[in-house]
Design a protein. Structure first.
Length: 196
């Protein structure tokens, strides 16, 4: 009787931990290497990193989602997701506060992590409310910094006749061609006109 009880207990624990190990996150965060958007409200520096989020199941319509940042010194901060309709499509805009990087010793270089939680802010990546993978980021990021909103693959395409602001670039079409022009026309043959 005792070996049977031991075997069944061992089997149930193994199956339980195996189920936990194979559990997938509801939202998978990836970094496509898009430029950083820089804002300067009231003499502060704020950077917006756009991550790509792949939903395993659609997000709940009545749930509030938060982005949570975790630092090596044990500190953290959170904010509600920015642009909820785009977040539901998969565009995750991480608002990185410059003074938070300084406070936690990352402004001159270091690592921190970001994760999405549902329902409330969290101070630990192991909290049960965390619904995404924990994405580790390195600061400073080796990428362009622009003053305009970054166009992700979830962003609507701009109109063809849209005017550009100084320093802004056209979004590249998905096929990788030139954003400004169609392929060049074939050369035409000129014929010499006789002099009269």
């Amino acid at each position: 009787m005792r070996p049977l009880c031991t075997f069944s207990l061992t089997l149930s624990l193994a199956l339980g931990f195996g189920g936990l190990a194979t559990a997938k996150h509801q939202l998978e965060l990836t970094d496509d290497g898009l430029p950083l958007q820089e804002l300067r409200p009231m003499d502060r520096r704020v950077y917006i990193l756009t991550l790509d989020g792949k939903w395993e199941q659609p997000p709940a319509a009545d749930t509030t989602y938060y982005l949570n940042y975790f630092f090596a010194d044990g500190g953290s901060y959170s904010h509600k997701v920015d642009d909820v309709p785009m977040f539901r499509k998969g565009e995750v805009r991480c608002i990185i506060q410059g003074y938070q990087l300084t406070r936690h010793g990352v402004a001159r270089g270091g690592k921190f992590s970001v994760a999405v939680s549902a329902g409330r802010e969290v101070t630990s990546p192991e909290a049960p409310e965390v619904i995404s993978n924990v994405k580790e980021l390195t600061w400073p990021m080796e990428r362009r910094v622009i003053p305009f909103r970054v166009q992700s693959k979830h962003s609507p395409q701009p109109p063809v006749d849209e005017l550009l602001r100084p320093g802004e670039e056209l979004a590249r079409p998905p096929y990788g061609g030139s954003p400004r022009s169609n392929p060049p026309a074939p050369p035409t043959k000129k014929t010499a006109v006789p002099k009269t």
